[in-house]
Design a protein around this ligand. Structure first.
Ligand SMILES: [Zn+2]
Length: 288
């Protein structure tokens, strides 16, 4: 379609994104799909971002984007006002005034295959991918290798310490970096990854018998108890860094399908902006 003279409409692109990420695959609490924008407006440039925040909206509008594809919903809970005097209302006004549309694919993109965790797995070159938590039989997304997270084999075994450094190198750069829990010398061959908050899948990672599990938002007690029970080693990256790789896949797909221009934001929207390692921690012996 890249040879056609007229650009696709917002509705055309939404139809394709809804086909790839059907809203019925989203969790019940989630809010996905077209958030705002005229369906008949043309789309020449698409901007991809994990978060719709003032900084990424400014970047999108400066780039001349007609459509923003975002991962996290801007309006997840009920609102009674989008007055421009509010933080989110300001964003809604800025986008409508600029004539830019906003589309969200969240848990439906997590579940899809290829989806968010496939793109994350690809950063590690994982092969033989299968879902960490397959979509439930009988659910709208059942089958097709769909579900949350991916399990695969690393191209070569490495220690947990090596894998942690490797993860920091292959994932989008953040101040947070990557930290890991477990024996630094543990050999990792099979890795489970889950983009976004993966704490709810610690038991699934243990049941799958993987050597390590990489996700984000892993808290002290659930993580400590998981490791104490002999579960897979844990790697925790910044939430944004685990989901950002997916946007490249979306952009490539839209370029191929519609011949549109794409811009993917590398603006780190993780809340954490400062990181300091304690002095001399490199020499410290790990806990036995
Ligand atoms: Zn997320």
């Amino acid at each position: 379609m890249s040879t056609t003279a007229s650009p696709p409409s917002v509705a055309d692109v939404v139809t394709e994104l809804d086909r790839r990420y059907p809203p019925a695959w989203a969790e019940e609490w989630d809010r996905v799909g077209l958030v705002l924008g005229e369906p008949t407006d043309p789309v020449r440039r698409v901007y991809g971002t994990v978060d719709v925040v003032p900084e990424t909206v400014a970047e999108a509008l400066a780039a001349g984007a007609d459509l923003i594809v975002a991962h996290h919903p801007l309006l997840l809970r009920g609102v009674s006002s989008v007055a421009p005097t509010t933080w989110k209302g300001r964003i809604v006004h800025d986008l409508i005034r600029a004539g830019a549309a906003l589309y969200v694919a969240h848990t439906n993109a997590d579940t899809a295959a290829p989806g968010v965790s496939d793109a994350l797995a690809a950063r590690f070159g994982l092969t033989g991918l299968r879902p960490l938590a397959p979509s439930a039989p009988g659910s709208p997304a059942a089958g097709g290798g769909r579900g949350i997270g991916r399990i695969g084999e690393l191209p070569a075994p490495m220690t947990l310490a090596e894998l942690t450094r490797h993860a920091a190198a292959v994932l989008p750069a953040t101040v947070w970096g990557v930290r890991a829990g477990g024996d630094p010398g543990r050999i990792v061959r099979t890795l489970a990854v889950s983009g976004g908050s993966g704490e709810g899948f610690l038991a699934a990672a243990t049941a799958a018998g993987v050597d390590a599990f990489l996700s984000s938002d892993l808290r002290h007690h659930p993580s400590g108890e998981h490791l104490a029970a002999g579960g897979p080693a844990l790697l925790e990256a910044a939430h944004w860094a685990t989901e950002r790789p997916w946007l490249d896949d979306v952009a490539a797909h839209l370029r191929a399908d519609f011949g549109v221009e794409t811009v993917v934001s590398d603006l780190d929207t993780d809340p954490w902006t400062v990181h300091a390692a304690a002095p001399a921690m490199d020499d410290k012996e790990p806990r036995p």
